[in-house]
Ligand binder design. Structure first.
Ligand SMILES: [Zn+2]
Length: 221
């Protein structure tokens, strides 16, 4: 649970410098499941959610929250200010899953193509020799035709080698894209070649001074 104390006093997590706001005016909480709730700390001027005064209420990011009838609380800004980057971090799961899928696909397709281009021309060449032997008795045509048919596998090997060199090239391109996308949503540091689940266990960014929270604990602060 993420707890954000809001008010005029400097000891709050989010300080609002406004005389109508109490020293300890509100408490914004966010659960591990992402449920947001705002609570009035028994103030005179109160909290209004979408125009209605409340004591405590579950809210959505789109709701209009006004403290003391005069200060509009920007929920997103408040959460960012308190280093909550859990929503953005969740999106990185798709980035990682997509990367692994593409990586596997590049390797598998590359190997498939390489094998196919090596084997298929050999079969076509062999078949060509047999067909020429069947359709003509002319020795010159047989020899000439067989030479053409036999050259097929050579082109196959050249093309297969070309496909093989494409695998590391395509992987490098993918890795480049991944390094730009798999980054801390706050400081932009590349999160390294580790899976998303291990970052979940890490819970927050370890880059000095970043302090971004990726995973909100299910209990406590
Ligand atoms: Zn960071």
């Amino acid at each position: 649970m993420l707890k954000i104390k809001i008010g005029r006093a400097n000891t709050n997590d989010y300080v609002v410098d406004n005389p109508k706001i109490c020293k300890y005016h509100a408490e914004l909480t966010k659960t591990a499941e992402g449920i947001l709730r705002i609570e009035d700390m028994d103030t005179v001027n109160g909290i209004y959610v979408n125009g209605i005064r409340i004591k405590r209420k579950n809210i959505a990011l789109e709701d209009t929250v006004i403290l003391a009838g005069c200060y509009t609380l920007d929920i997103r800004k408040t959460l960012r200010f308190c280093n909550d980057y859990s929503d953005e971090f969740l999106c990185l799961k798709d980035v990682y899953t997509d990367y692994i899928l593409r990586k596997k696909r590049i390797i598998k397709n590359g190997q498939l193509k390489t094998g196919l281009y090596r084997m298929l021309p050999i079969s076509i060449g062999g078949l060509g020799v047999v067909v020429i032997g069947q359709i003509t008795d002319d020795q010159t045509i047989r020899i000439f035709g067989s030479l053409i048919a036999i050259s097929f596998p050579i082109f196959g090997v050249i093309w297969a080698t070309h496909c093989q060199t494409k695998i590391p090239e395509n992987l490098e391109e993918l890795n480049k894209h991944f390094r730009n996308a798999f980054i801390c949503p706050k400081c932009g540091a590349y999160l390294g070649n580790q899976d998303w689940e291990s970052l979940v266990r890490q819970k927050e960014c370890k880059v000095s001074g970043c302090k971004a929270i990726w995973i909100i604990n299910s209990a406590g602060n």
